[in-house]
Design a protein around this ligand. Structure first.
Ligand code: PXG
Length: 464
């Protein structure tokens, strides 16, 4: 058996990598056979700033910050150094049996300070999915301890995304994920999303925001308020297509949660750490959650780590009445991941990245994306902070869609790949979420390449 490292010269060729990838590697959210028939993966070998490089030496502008996570950009030696130093000092120790590490303690203190007032205690896992699974258990535990064990139902939204484990995919409202194996699990319910462009019809935005929120109350009444434990939503739905709720939505949602005494969970896995121009989406939309999961931008994706911030209402009950909380992961509070998170947050602070997104790069991206709005293939451009979406439409006026759904998006995405720009197609919506360090010149490049891809897609679709 040849034990030479994969990157040795002899194996360092796209063809060999692709063949080995096809032979042995199953990719997430991928049609295995389809990928093999297309000839296999694009192999990404390096990255710096907002630029990726593939094994053919092509330079690609990463309009998605990896998977919405590389907030401080690629190539940060400080993060590598923080990981190295922590590994040399203490590569691992657990937080289960009355032990802690300086890194896990310091990060908890820091997150308690950064998160909205009242969220003061932190529980760790390694992914957004694990964080949301943990939350599903916490809210049920909370209501049991409150003497209301029948409160087990959790309400979330169609087209929301909360992860890929059994519970977090059940929380999510993605049909293809449910269809994979018969989810959602019992006790997970979905209501309409605040998607004005797609579902607003003739209503004003303000009116539609309230109607979408009232769907939560209708669901609560249908299930029986005494059976509802919590509502969970992303401040802005990311994977669902950068769905920005009307201003009237979150105030109404909060009113309803308070009225029926149900817990409010704001999933900050994408919105957290500056993406919307504030530290958290909850700051941008003035949401006061009881529970807040975070991941992605917490370490800028350099290492896997997720955190759940919990407010007094929940903590007091778990603390006073709970006894042992029989849940946790080997890597909860992993010291190396925590050290990287601390250094990552230090970079965000020192470089004023949150303020920059709010006052400079965010508005500039929105202004540049808005230039695509007149394109005959574009139905709407929307965005907030460094999140952007371009809806492809067959008819601008009537918001007409191409059929089958997703075809126009796939065509445009394939052109993006050829133009060396990463933009995700969510059905027929092109979305971007670049690293927070993106410069004006790089935003120009990103939007120009996306615009070219839209031009080429328009030709393919016969739109001009
Ligand atoms: N909550 C939200 C809001 C997310 O966006 C998760 C939870 C789950 O996180 P983990 O770390 O378990 O993946 C996510 C993840 C995409 C895409 O293509 C989006 C996510 C993950 C993978 C792909 O849009 N979001």
């Amino acid at each position: 058996m040849n034990s030479a490292p994969l990157k040795d010269q002899a194996r360092n060729s796209t063809t060999v990598w692709r063949a080995a990838d096809t032979a042995h590697h199953l990719h997430p959210f991928t049609d295995f056979r389809g990928l093999a028939e297309e000839g296999g993966s694009r192999i990404i070998t390096k990255a710096e700033g907002v630029w990726l490089e593939d094994s053919e030496g092509e330079k690609i502008i990463d309009g998605m910050a990896g998977l919405w996570c590389v907030n401080v950009g690629y190539g940060r030696e400080r993060l590598a150094k923080a990981a190295y130093d922590q590994m040399v000092e203490l590569p691992y120790y657990n937080t289960f049996f009355k032990t802690a590490t300086p890194a896990s303690i310091e990060l908890s203190e820091k997150l308690a300070a950064l998160t909205p007032a009242g969220l003061d205690k932190i529980f760790y896992a390694s992914s957004g999915s694990e964080a949301n699974d943990t939350i599903a258990r916490i809210v049920r535990r909370f209501w049991r301890l409150q003497g209301q064990p029948e409160r087990t139902n959790i309400i979330s939204r169609v087209n929301g995304y909360h992860g890929s484990t059994m519970a977090s995919a059940s929380l999510g409202g993605m049909k293809p994920m449910h269809q994979l194996d018969g989810l959602p699990l019992p006790g997970f319910h979905h209501v309409r999303q605040p998607y004005y462009y797609g579902e607003g019809g003739k209503m004003s935005e303000e009116e539609f925001g309230k109607v979408a929120a009232l769907a939560i109350e209708e669901k609560i009444l249908e299930l029986g308020p005494e059976t509802v434990a919590a509502f969970i939503g992303e401040p802005v739905q990311g994977a669902g297509g950068v769905i920005i709720p009307p201003a009237s939505y979150w105030p109404e949602v909060q009113k309803i949660c308070r009225q029926y005494d149900i817990l409010l969970i704001a999933d900050e896995v994408i919105c957290g750490f500056g993406r919307t121009g504030q530290w958290f989406g909850s700051d941008t939309f003035d949401i006061k959650p009881d529970i807040m999961p975070m991941a992605k931008g917490l370490t800028s994706g350099y290492l896997p780590l997720s955190a759940i911030a919990l407010g007094e209402r929940v903590v007091d009950v778990l603390w006073e009445k709970g006894g042992e909380f029989a849940h946790g992961f080997t890597y909860s509070g992993h010291p190396v991941a925590c050290a990287v998170a601390l250094e990552n947050i230090a970079i965000i602070e020192e470089e004023n990245l949150v303020q920059k997104v709010r006052e400079d790069s965010g508005p500039y991206l929105q202004q540049r994306l808005a230039t695509l709005a007149d394109h005959p293939l574009v139905g709407e451009v929307r965005g907030i902070g460094l999140l952007g979406a371009v809806e492809l439409a067959s008819d601008k006026q009537t918001r007409g869609r191409f059929s089958p759904e997703g075809r126009a998006g796939t065509i445009c995405r394939d052109h993006c790949v050829k133009q060396n720009v990463v933009s995700r197609a969510v059905r027929d919506t092109m979305v971007v979420s670049p690293p927070l360090i993106i410069t004006h010149a790089e935003i120009d490049e990103l939007v120009s390449r996306l615009g070219k891809a839209i031009d080429l897609a328009a030709k393919d679709l016969g739109v001009n």
